[in-house]
Ligand binder design. Structure first.
Ligand SMILES: Nc1ncnc2c1ncn2[C@@H]1O[C@H](COP(=O)(O)OP(=O)(O)O)[C@@H](O)[C@H]1O
Ligand SMILES: [Mg+2]
Length: 320
């Protein structure tokens, strides 16, 4: 299904190299309004892409277009439009949380009185109370992440780039960070959240870009990715090893096997492109196994992620 959507960031065939190694290899992606996830394993090129959008890294070739940003703008001018929460430490330890956020918003161009007011509002939003008057060196990781988010949103930019925003937080802190992200998404902003944690992206994103080894492997709207795929089923079977083996071999001739999970007693199989379940019942009968469960299967982002990264190889499909 085609969706009419305004893209806020467009990257076309970006190449970024660090010395001889290629971090982004002809990377192309478009980021729409709303919350987008940039999902990929460590070293995939997520931080490099985010820094390229900010203009902190100049790609060797390719083009990045950000709504409202002109090529001749300085990094500071870009920051007015794009808020950035870096992955690594960017805080000044001997400053108070409040002092740091207002200092950063003044750097982003806000006049002093606005900076004070907006910094308080941003710190309220991220849920940092009286602690804002303590030195950052005394903060927990969770509090530091909140201050990093506050400095990113204080000057009210339209586009927010959050690089691994839940890093180092405990489970409750992660949940709250994801809630804050969802609330920001509700304010008509464009957010790009990088993460190597699939379920975090799955939870908050409207759109996802999967990146691996500097290349885009897949992208799309979550609604499209998560919809039921006709002909895709999950089944659970019981029986002798030999019979199960024979059943799976003949099943392979009739549909595609996405994965098999062997739990000793029971084997779960996910298949796609199965035209008729009648055929399946026939095969079950022929091989003498027991069919314990058969249901249409939803294509989850996890399948999408694993299938993309395995480059077509089917995970778990080796024991037969
Ligand atoms: N400053 C750097 N110098 C050399 N190599 C780098 C540098 N930054 C990143 N890389 C390499 O570029 C690749 C992509 O890194 P990065 O963008 O940080 O990935 P991610 O954020 O997805 O973990 C990795 O192989 C990483 O080792
Ligand atoms: Mg990174």
């Amino acid at each position: 299904m085609e969706q009419i959507q305004k893209y806020k960031i467009r990257a076309e065939k970006i190449i970024v190299k660090y010395g001889k190694s290629i971090a982004l290899d002809s990377f192309t992606a478009s980021i729409p309004e709303g919350i987008s996830g940039l999902l990929g394993p460590n070293g995939a090129g997520k931080s490099t892409f985010i820094k390229s959008i900010l203009g902190l890294i100049e790609p060797a070739s390719g083009k990045i277009k950000v709504d409202g940003v002109r090529d001749d703008m300085t990094t500071i001018e870009r920051r007015d439009i794009i808020g950035y929460m870096p992955e690594h430490q960017c805080l000044i330890d001997n400053m108070e949380g409040f002092e740091f956020v207002s200092y950063m918003s003044r750097l982003s161009g806000l006049p002093r009185s606005d900076a004070v007011e907006r910094s308080h509002a941003a710190l309220d939003f991220v849920g940092l109370g009286e602690e804002r008057y303590r030195e950052i060196s005394s903060y927990s990781t969770g509090m530091k992440q909140r201050v990093k988010l506050a400095q990113c949103i204080a000057h009210d930019p339209e586009i927010l780039l959050l690089d691994e925003p839940t890093t180092g937080m405990d489970p409750d802190g992660k949940k709250e960070m994801l809630n804050l992200i969802e609330r920001l998404g509700g304010l008509d902003k464009t957010l790009l959240i990088s993460s190597h944690i699939l379920h975090e992206i799955e939870q908050v994103s409207d759109y996802v870009v999967i990146i691996n080894k500097g290349r885009k492997v897949k992208s799309g709207f979550m609604d499209d990715i998560m919809k039921t795929d006709e002909g895709r089923y999950k089944l659970k079977i019981l029986g002798d090893r030999k019979d199960i083996h024979q059943f799976i071999e003949s099943l392979k001739k009739n549909c595609e096997i996405i994965r098999t999970v062997d739990k000793q007693k029971e084997v779960a199989v996910v298949v796609s492109d199965l035209d008729k379940t009648d055929k399946l019942f026939e095969l079950v009968e022929e091989s003498g196994i027991q069919l314990r469960y058969l249901r249409p299967d939803l294509l989850t982002l996890e399948d999408f992620f694993l299938e993309s990264l395995s480059g077509g190889e089917k995970s778990g499909d080796r024991s037969y």
